[in-house]
Every structure is written in structure tokens, then in C-alpha cells.
Design a protein around this ligand. Sequence first.
Ligand code: ZN
Length: 349
Amino acid sequence: MRQKQVSEMKMLSVPLVRAERGEGAVLAMIRFLCLLVIALHACADFASAQESQEEKLLTRIKQPPTYVRNENYEQKWFDTVKAGIDKARDYLGNYGPVQVYIIGQQSDELEDPKIGQAIVEAFCRRRHLNSRDRITDCLKGSGASLIERARDGSTEAYLSYVDYTDPPFAELVFINPHGFPFPYLYTRGIHEYTHVFQRAFPRTPTWMTEGGAEFLAFYLGGRNKWVDFDQSMNQSMRMVQSVGDDAMMKDFEDVEKLEKEQPELKKYYRHLAYDAGVWAVAFAIHRSKSRSVKAYTKRFYPMVGRLGWQQALSRYANVRDTSEFYQRFQQFLDQPIGVQMKMLEELKP
Ligand SMILES: [Zn+2]
């Protein structure tokens, strides 16, 4: 458990989505600020929360994700990431477009500048297609930064949503994935790909986005014997219980707002967005009519598209409104662990 927590905390975040529009000094400044933030998704969410109401969404498509990587980096890491992504695609369907980057250095793989340059060029061309000026900025800015971070030994996994292209696309970036504790690298692939799926629907609160991605990572990871579902959920519950009364999951609906209004709660991001989030998603599934995990992806998400997350959650989890949901969930968190684990047994495929 300890290990898992450390690996999440090692990840850094770069708000690539918005900043790409004016690369250079502004980007460098934003990146610097974001590097100060410990949790992975905070900045990505911060950046994307600034998007306008009319979100451009991903769609269900035929084309599978495309991969760019340095091929002199051990094949095993590519295979592991891809295995996780593919299991999630099998379960959720193929959404996109998705461009995956796997960049790693265990000894001196990136020493030859040509190796890194090939990745950076592919990255910038994909983002900026025919805009030569922007490609030039990208090569020096966000593109070069990928290789720098890999050389510096940073371990990262994140989705960055590029919405200024038509159609928009998702980048899944894995830097030095060998740095993740091994079985969790499979589930990182599932987690990140779940974010791709979520991007085909309107925005949901941060705890639901992260909690849903964690839930499928544990659930599909468990089905594939990469992790133990019950054990992973149990660990998450212990993280939630360690927070006490200082903060609640509800505070993590909108991380951008939280950062401005209650920055002192930021330290609970992992505990409440991920660990309480994963339990809240399980709790909602358990309250749904069918108790089916599959229906959570097949029925609940399309409902979010039609009704927005609040109404969709109320209808799906059979509550009056979101405050009743939070209230009932809080009561559930006060139950003994035996009762909580028993709820998981009652979930259906
Ligand atoms: Zn995430």
C-alpha cells in the first residue's frame, strides 16, 4: 500500500492542454508552477476545468491507439502498458483518437539526441499538423520537456487532452514506466484509458473521474489477476479512514475551485478523489437497480450525456439529489469494514 501511494505521488503534472496555444514563456511558467504540485491529475484537471461549456468530446471509433516510443527501451514496459490499455479497450470499447507515448531510460537509452528528437518531432507534428510556427515552439517547449523529464528520471503517467485540433484527441503519456511498482503498471494503463472513455461524455466531478478510473483499474486488474480487487479496495478504505473529519469527498468535486478556496485540503487529494472516489463509485453501482459494473459504463455514462452528472447520479443511484448521495455515502463510510467489504461481494458483473 505504501508503495502504491509513493508511486502516485512521484508523478508530476503538466497542463499541456491549454498551454500549448501559446508556448514559450507562459508555458514554462505554468509548467514550473505545476511541477510544484505533487499529484498527477491536479493540473490536468485544473487545465481542463478551464475549458468552455461546449466541450469537444472523443468518440467511439475504429482506429486503435497509435504508439510512439523509443524502441531501445526494454520491450517489457511497452508490453505491460499496452496490455492494460488493451484490456480496458476490450471492456469499454475503442474510443479516441488516442496517441500513446512511452518514453523511458533505464541506463543510457536517451543519450543519443537523435532518439529523443524522433519522439519530439512526432509529438509536435501530431499536435500542430501544418502549423510550422507552432511546431517550432513545441519542439523547444513541451516536446523537449518530455525527453528532459525522462532523462531526469521522472516517473509519470497521465492523459493530456488536446482540444484545439479537429477532432480533438487524447495523449496518454508514460514516462519511465519501469518506475511504477510492477503490477500497478498494468492498472495504470487501465486507469488512463478509462479517462479516454470518460472524455467521450460530459464532465463529471473529480472524485467520480478518478474514482471511476481507479475502480475499473482494480476491477479489470483483478479479473486479469494483475492485482487483488478486494485487497486494493481495502487499502483505499484505510486511506479514506486516515483523513478523519478534516475533509470530505464532496470537497473534491472541482479541484480547481478547491485549490483556490481551500488549498489546505489539497493534501487529501489522493485520499478523497481516488480512494473515497473508488468507494463512492462502488457504492453508486451497488445502489443501482442492476448492481452491474458493466451497466455503470454502458448505462450510467450515456445518462451523464443526456442529463448531466448530478441528475444522472440521482437517477442511477436512486437518490433524491446529490446531497442525499453524499449523506448516504458518509453513513456507509462509518460502517465496519466487514459490512463495506460485503457490499463489494454483492456487485454483479
Ligand atoms: Zn486519473
